[in-house]
Design a protein around this ligand. Sequence first.
Ligand code: GRF
Length: 205
Amino acid sequence: MAVLRVGVLVSGGGTNLQAIIDAIERREIPAEIATVTSNVRTAYALQRAAQRGIRTCVIDHHDFPDRTMFEQALIAEFDSQRVQLVCLAGFMRVLSPVFVHHFDQHIINIHPALLPAFKGLWGHHVHEAVIASGARFSGCSVHFVTEDVDAGPIIVQHVVPVLETDDAATLAARVLVEEHKAYPEAIALCAGGKLRVTGNRVFTS
Ligand code: GRF
């Protein structure tokens, strides 16, 4: 089977990136990471990639006059590395239609809640909102990226309980364990080439 060329966009610590790297090294995903690109020069994710000999690239949005030019630089990096699937892994910028349409249906993201609930929230805010809602379950969702934030077709979801003793930090930690399984699973499904999207639904065969 041909190996899928993946480009990963990161802004932070990169534990999801690490899970993807490890799953590829264990040969659970027929993919290779062509570039790890960050808008944040100091992102620890870049070190994780470099430690494994993976190409890294910094494209800082502050260096561009507007979002379109920033995204064109991202596109240039990904096209130069012949990226076939873009994985957002803790990338803290919203992508405009310029980027989304360039990689149409070939961008995926992980969100630390069960979409379509709790969309558009970041970091600890999402877990605080889940706890405040009284929901008994949370989890993570890997979904295709469309123009609307956190609204694209869902590929994989993993569920965790919300405990009565939880605060945002304990819930985030429980969800993160599942993120590290769900993201490699979703990339493997994409690499398998069997996903079909109809409306907002994803079919796996
Ligand atoms: C994860 O919780 C992910 O769901 C969200 O950003 C966080 C990134 O964490 N989109 P990490 O950098 O992969 O550790």
